[in-house]
Design a binder for this molecule. Structure first.
Ligand code: NAG
Ligand code: NAG
Ligand code: NAG
Ligand code: NAG
Ligand code: NAG
Length: 341
């Protein structure tokens, strides 16, 4: 009897929480005084809806480049009703984060209503997935591409567990993706792992995690990344070349045309840093992958340069544009990062 009463009270409390939660996404009902990055419970509550947009930073860095800031801000702008998460290895739960003192980008982002910064705790992320035993056995300091490989693993586990959309930190969102379950084509018959989205517990991602561990090869860059996605995609889908701009349907997910995220191919990445006579409308695209890993020469986004990328920042991440870009005399380069391949 007492237990029933307790149960009833608990249900009422949870309902009340859920109700409040609708109105105050940012403040966690159960932990009202904790900033979101301090409470793992806060994270679980946010993820309950399965509709989050997630970005990962697997290095220890807490300084964010303007490009990372733009990626996160643009997603927050395109998905105002959905939580946008930035999980960072460099934050930890015991840390009292003073966003203002660590990085201007962090304070800019944490001031946006639907942006949430959390520590990336891989061990608990991999729990209950095929990646857990792999992770606990690996000596990460002996791994050549650890930042990339751990990022590849984390995004699979996260989207499998919680659902939502994963994006690299060099992807600028321009309009909502109208699909719940999708992989993105980089070219015909080849999947990227820089953007993908699924509802929770989709078996394709489970299969990816199993294959990740079974065929683990740490010395080949991308083997656990785009190549893994492509291997598994071929199991699920009868692939043919894309003809006009239309997506492929594979069972219960879509394989989205390269125009959706890669309207400018990697060979042409410098086009983003050029001024165009007539800028492309990108009206067949949902987001733009800026190919930051190609940018070894450290091209920067400069205010007043009238380059395509400057205009994209101005339109899609106005706060980053205003606060983080330097004028022509300085230069702020997009840093290299595993999250932005
Ligand atoms: C949190 O980060 C600090 C500074 O990087 C480190 O000294 C500390 O051990 C970390 N704590 C945990 C629980 O990881
Ligand atoms: C950061 O903010 C806190 C509280 O608002 C303030 O006390 C502190 O001086 C600030 N630090 C810097 C470096 O601006
Ligand atoms: C992990 O790898 C590093 C670098 O190769 C090596 O120095 C270290 O001894 C290894 N640790 C273990 C526990 O094997
Ligand atoms: C998609 O299809 C697979 C295989 O038929 C099935 O196991 C899975 O539950 C489906 N997922 C969703 C989200 O519909
Ligand atoms: C996209 O833009 C092009 C050129 O600006 C235009 O011809 C085309 O009709 C547009 N497509 C859609 C779907 O709006």
């Amino acid at each position: 009897m007492l237990m029933k009463l307790q149960l009833a009270l608990l249900v009422i409390l949870l309902l009340a929480c859920g109700f409040l939660y609708q109105f105050t996404l940012k403040s966690s009902c159960l932990f009202p005084h904790l900033p979101p990055y301090k409470s793992q419970q806060g994270l679980e509550a946010l993820l309950g809806h399965g509709r989050s947009i997630v970005f990962l930073e697997t290095s220890e860095r807490t300084e964010l480049s303007p490009l990372v800031s733009c990626a996160v801000e643009s997603a927050a702008k395109v998905y105002p009703e959905q939580p946008v998460l930035l999980l960072m290895k460099g934050l930890n739960s015991s840390m009292q984060l003073p966003p203002n003192s660590t990085s201007p980008a962090l304070s800019l982002l944490s001031a946006i209503d639907n942006v949430f910064l959390f520590p990336l705790d891989m061990k608990s992320l991999f729990e209950d997935t095929p990646l857990f035993s792999w992770y606990t056995q690996i000596n990460s300091s002996a791994e050549r591409y650890w930042l990339h490989v751990s990022s590849d693993a984390s995004r699979l586990a996260f989207i499998w567990k919680y659902g939502g959309v994963y994006m690299d930190t060099d992807v600028i969102s321009i309009r909502p993706i109208p699909e719940d379950n999708f992989l993105a084509a980089q070219t015909s018959q080849f999947s990227s792992n820089g953007v993908f989205g699924f509802l929770p517990h989709h078996p394709l991602l489970w299969q990816c995690m199993e294959n990740f561990v079974e065929n683990y090869n740490p010395d080949i860059w991308g083997h656990q990344g785009p190549e893994l996605m492509t291997r598994i995609l071929r199991v699920w889908c009868k692939l043919r070349d894309f003809q006009e701009v239309s997506d492929l349907k594979c069972l219960n997910f879509s394989f989205l045309h390269p125009q959706r995220f890669y309207p400018i191919s990697f060979l042409e990445w410098r086009r983003y840093y050029e001024a165009w006579d007539t800028e492309p409308s990108f009206n067949d695209s949902y987001a733009l992958h800026l190919w930051n890993h190609m940018n070894q020469e450290g091209r920067a986004v400069v205010r007043g340069s009238n380059t395509l990328v400057e205009n994209l920042y101005h339109k899609h991440c106005p706060k980053t544009y205003r606060d983080l870009l330097q004028g022509p005399e300085g230069s702020v380069t997009g840093e290299q990062g595993p999250g932005n391949k």
